[in-house]
Design a protein around this ligand. Structure first.
Ligand SMILES: [Mg+2]
Length: 216
C-alpha cells in the first residue's frame, strides 16, 4: 500500500464542528442572489441536484450556466477558524503514518487550505485533489477516482480511502481500495461489504494501518 486518501469535510474534523452549516447558508444565498432563483424553490432544487448529480454545483452548471469557479469562491467564503481548531492528535497521527497522505474532496482547494491550516496540519499532505480534478464531477462518480489514481500513478489496491460518506466508499471499493468509514460508531452498527473498517476519528487510523501493513 502506498497512499491514504482522506476526504476533507466531516472526515478530518468532526461533524460536531458543523462547518457545513456555514457553507450551506452561502449556497442558498448564491442561488437566490447570484442565480436569481426564487427563494421558495431553492430547497427543492438543491435536493433534486444532490440526488441527480451528487452536488448542487453540477445542477447549477447544467441548468443555470453557472461559472463553477465563481460558485466555489462564493460558497466557501466562510470563517473556518470559528468552527475548527488545531487537532494535535491528528497531527501526530499524520506525522507518523508510514504512507503518504492526500486530501481528496468534493470541495475546492482553497477551502482545503483553510481547513488544513485551522487544524494545524500544514505540510502534512503530499497533495490535494479537489472538485476540479474531473471537470467538477464529484465523488461518488468514478471519474474523479480515476483521475486521482492516474495522477498518483497508483492502482486502487495501493490506496486506502478514508471518508464519512458511505456512497463514496462504495466507489472506492469498486476501484479496489481499502476503505475506512469515519464517524460515530453506533452500537448496532451495520456491516457494509464495501467498508473494511470503521473509526470514530481519522486520528485513530495509525493502529489500523499498522495492522494492515503487517498482514500485507
Ligand atoms: Mg465528507
Amino acid at each position: 500500500m502506498k497512499a491514504v486518501l482522506f476526504d476533507l469535510d466531516n472526515t478530518l474534523y468532526s461533524t460536531e464542528c458543523d462547518l457545513f452549516s456555514l457553507i450551506d447558508v452561502r449556497i442558498n444565498r448564491y442561488m437566490e442572489d447570484v442565480v436569481a432563483i426564487e427563494p421558495a424553490a431553492v430547497d427543492g432544487l438543491r435536493r433534486r441536484y444532490w440526488k441527480d448529480y451528487g452536488t448542487t454545483l453540477q445542477g447549477l452548471i447544467r441548468h443555470h450556466i453557472v461559472d463553477p469557479e465563481d460558485y466555489l469562491d462564493y460558497v466557501h467564503a466562510v470563517d473556518v477558524s470559528s468552527r475548527i481548531s488545531v487537532d494535535n492528535d491528528l497531527k501526530e497521527t499524520l506525522n507518523n503514518l508510514p504512507l503518504s497522505s492526500y486530501v481528496f474532496t468534493n470541495g475546492s482547494r482553497c477551502h482545503v487550505d483553510r481547513v488544513v491550516t485551522a487544524l494545524g496540519l500544514d505540510g502534512l499532505f503530499a497533495d490535494v485533489f479537489d472538485i476540479r480534478i474531473a471537470d467538477y464531477q464529484p465523488k461518488p462518480n468514478p471519474a474523479p477516482y480515476q483521475q486521482v489514481l492516474e495522477q498518483l500513478a497508483l492502482s486502487g489496491e495501493q490506496c486506502i480511502m478514508v471518508e464519512d460518506q458511505l456512497q463514496n466508499l462504495q466507489t472506492a471499493k469498486q476501484f479496489g481500495m481499502k476503505t475506512v468509514l469515519v464517524g460515530e460508531v453506533s452500537t448496532e452498527r451495520q456491516e457494509y461489504s464495501y467498508v473494511d473498517a470503521q473509526l470514530e476519528r481519522s486520528a485513530d487510523i495509525g493502529r489500523l494501518l499498522d495492522e494492515w501493513l503487517e498482514v500485507a
